[in-house]
Design a binder for this molecule. Structure first.
Ligand code: ZN
Ligand code: ZN
Length: 244
């Protein structure tokens, strides 16, 4: 159990009250398993990183490891030598849009999430191609990194046990798993709607592929089947240098 304290909370008093509540129900707090953290220090919850401001409002950000995974995905495509800048821009666009949409309620104003560095590096790679001019490179970059405005409503109040995201993003794929065949939608559920390759959640931007781990498309055993993003699927097969 993680207990998150608001600035006005007193840790000892809260613990006492929780203990009281649990004792009445014949339960006990496990001190080993309980972590008390001040909300103003920031904490990860429901797949986002939260911070509580002094006035009690919440602000959320993409968690560090989520951002790293996203960056890695983009890098894999940018550095790939199998296709040119035009194809890369087409592959990058849904990934970038998906990631930005997924975090649209976050505060993305920090320089870290502006993707400036990735942008710049991609520009250089694209511009090396002899058929590209500075102008055409810039156009491709615009296509590859579509901007998604983040919500004006950067501050959300968490009420009870309801996630502020319940109505919007969570489990997009649960609703959409009907669009996929039986084995794909079963694998989606098994994986809790995250990609088995990059670990990021599926979004409506990128298609879900069913991948046969051993490369044998006649092997339909459950443990041989995983769902992955379209781009991750590309990458898996590219790095194996086998085309199925
Ligand atoms: Zn993936
Ligand atoms: Zn595959």
């Amino acid at each position: 159990m993680v207990i998150i304290l608001r600035p006005e909370d007193d840790a000892t008093e809260i613990l006492e009250r929780i203990n009281e509540f649990l004792t009445e129900r014949g339960m006990k707090i496990s001190e080993k398993k309980t972590k008390i953290t001040a909300a103003t220090d920031g904490f990860d919850f429901l797949g986002w990183h939260f911070k509580v401001l002094k006035d009690g409002r919440f602000k959320s950000y993409p968690p560090v490891d989520n951002f790293k995974k996203f960056r890695q995905k983009v890098k894999n495509i940018v550095n790939c030598s199998n296709y040119g800048s035009k194809a890369k821009a087409e592959k990058l666009a849904p990934i970038v849009r998906g990631w930005r949409n997924y975090h649209k309620f976050c505060d993305m104003s920090s320089a870290k999430f502006s993707l400036w560095h990735i942008n710049h590096r991609t520009w250089k790679v694209f511009n090396k191609e002899t058929k590209n001019t500075r102008k055409s490179t810039t156009q491709l970059i615009k296509k590859a990194f579509p901007s998604v405005p983040y919500s004006e409503n950067k501050f959300v109040n968490v009420k009870g046990d309801k996630s502020p995201y319940d109505n919007d993003i969570t489990y997009w794929s649960e609703r959409n798993s009907k669009l996929y065949d039986n084995e794909t939608s079963k694998a989606l559920k098994r994986q809790n709607h995250s990609c088995s390759h990059c670990g990021l959640k599926f979004t409506s931007e990128e298609r879900v592929h069913l991948h046969h781990i051993d490369g044998n498309h006649n092997n339909w055993k459950t443990k041989n089947l995983v769902t992955v993003h379209e781009s991750c699927h590309d990458y898996i097969h590219m790095s194996k240098e086998v085309i199925f």
